[in-house]
Write a protein of this length. Structure first.
Length: 94
């Protein structure tokens, strides 16, 4: 599978702004845009990562948009520490 989302999946459907299930505002608030002009959402980035690293990015992405920035940063740090420990157990990154 290539990294070109339009090629692999087709153009994403247009959904109503503020769709709390499919496109919550705390994940669509980035000013970043893809070549087609669509907002780059958190899921566009993290779906290509493992669980822990994806959660790190998710919590950092939304930290200033959910009303509890320190809590989200601490959650991201928790997942980062967990990923570091996992890699140490596997002997990665020596």
């Amino acid at each position: 599978m290539s990294t070109d989302i339009k090629k692999d999946w087709g153009s994403p459907p247009e959904l109503p702004a503020g769709d709390a299930v499919n496109h919550p505002s705390h994940y669509t608030s980035s000013p970043a845009r893809c070549e087609c002009g669509r907002t780059i959402e958190c899921i566009d980035v993290v779906e290509h990562m493992g669980f822990c690293l994806g959660n790190v990015v998710k919590y950092l992405w939304r930290a200033d948009n959910k009303g509890a920035p320190l809590q989200d940063l601490e959650k991201g740090l928790w997942y980062l520490k967990r990923e570091i420990e996992r890699r140490k157990r596997l002997g990665e990154g020596k």
